[in-house]
Design a binder for this molecule. Sequence first.
Ligand code: SME
Length: 176
Amino acid sequence: MVHADASNFAANITKEEAYQQVLDQAEGLFYEQRNWVCNLSNCAALLWHAFKSLPAPSNQVNWAGFYTLNHPSSTELILGPFQGKVACQTIAFGRGVCGAAASTKTTQLVPDVDAFPGHIACDGDSKSEIVVPIVVDDKVVAIIDVDCAELNGFDEVDQVWLEKLAGLVGRSCDWP
Ligand code: SME
């Protein structure tokens, strides 16, 4: 199979099946590869194509990617590999949805971004958002961020599977 085929998702698959394919393909791509730029870039592409293959609201995802840290003791997130429009480059821990996930080490499932105090609007089209911390040895090394142009774009299924992806990514990369 050529690499690009890893991002082909069959029509009519369920969200669970799409996430399972993301995890399986990611695990294959991570084989003998621990570079975080390389692995997060392919993960962002897998997520993007998975969401686009699903019915609404998932196919209304307008941003999917990662924020990482510049150095181990940093308390500021910096933009990592993503799919979607140009985004905010740095976010302090504690600021916005991403910063809340980073400072609390817990997933932020936000059905309506306008109701989230301090939400950072990188793109006015985004209506809902999910942010999952990637924690290695009790330390946040990155976060997964996905935005949707519809309200209630994400649910507990997204949370469960993105947390599995965060676990896989966390143990599969060497972090700055
Ligand atoms: N909305 C995020 C900022 C990042 S963008 O959505 C890509 C936040 O509030 O942290």
